[in-house]
Design a protein. Sequence first.
Length: 179
Amino acid sequence: MGSVEIMAFPLVIVVAVAENGVIGKDNGLTWRMPSDLKRFRRITMGKPLIMGRKTFQSVGRPLPGREIVVITRDEGFTAEGVHIAHSPKEAVAKAKALAKAMGADEIIIAGGGAIYTAFLPCASRIDLTRVHASIDGDAIFPSPAQEEWRETAREEHAAGPGDDHAFTLITLSRTSKSP
Ligand SMILES: NC(=O)c1ccc[n+]([C@@H]2O[C@H](COP(=O)([O-])OP(=O)(O)OC[C@H]3O[C@@H](n4cnc5c(N)ncnc54)[C@H](OP(=O)(O)O)[C@@H]3O)[C@@H](O)[C@H]2O)c1
C-alpha cells in the first residue's frame, strides 16, 4: 500500500523490590520467590530483554523464548546466544529490531540497578513485585518520581509454595513525559 509503518515499542521495567528498595546482593537475588520467577517468565516470554552485563552474568545463560540484549562498556565482551550493545541507545535500537522480528509489542528492561536507573526516565510502565521484607543488599531500585507515575493495578498475594515472602504485584503507568 506504500504506507510507512511506524512502530513504537514501549519500554517496560520488570522488577522485584524489597520494602527498603533492595533488588539484589553480591550480584544475585536475596530471596527465593518461585511465584515471581513464574510471573517474570510469563511477562517476558516472546519479547526482547535488555539487561546489564552483571545481571546477565548472574542469570548465566540465554533465556528460552526470549532474546537478550546485554549492555556493557567492554568492547571485547562476548557471550553465546545473546546480543551485545555498548550504550542504552544501541541496546534500544537492537531490541526494537528484535521486537519487530519476534512480533513482540514491547521491550523489557530486566535490570539490574544500573540499567533500571538508566532506563527509568524513558520507561512507559513498571511491573513491580513488592516483596514484603526488608533485606540487606547492595543493588537498589531507583525510586520512581511520584508525580510521573500512577498506580494502575495492585494485587496482594500470600507467599506461594516455596516463596520466602508475601508480595504485592503493582503496575505503575507513566502519567507524563520525563522532564
Ligand atoms: N530483583 C530484581 O528484579 C532484579 C532484576 C535484575 C537484577 N537484579 C540484581 O541487580 C544486581 C545487579 O545490578 P547492578 O546495578 O550491579 O548491575 P547491572 O545493572 O546488571 O549491570 C551493570 C553493568 O552494565 C553495564 N552498563 C551499565 N550502564 C551502561 C551504559 N550506560 N553503557 C554501557 N554499559 C553499561 C556495565 O557493564 P560493564 O561493567 O561490563 O561495562 C555495568 O557494569 C544483582 O544483584 C542482580 O541479582 C535484581
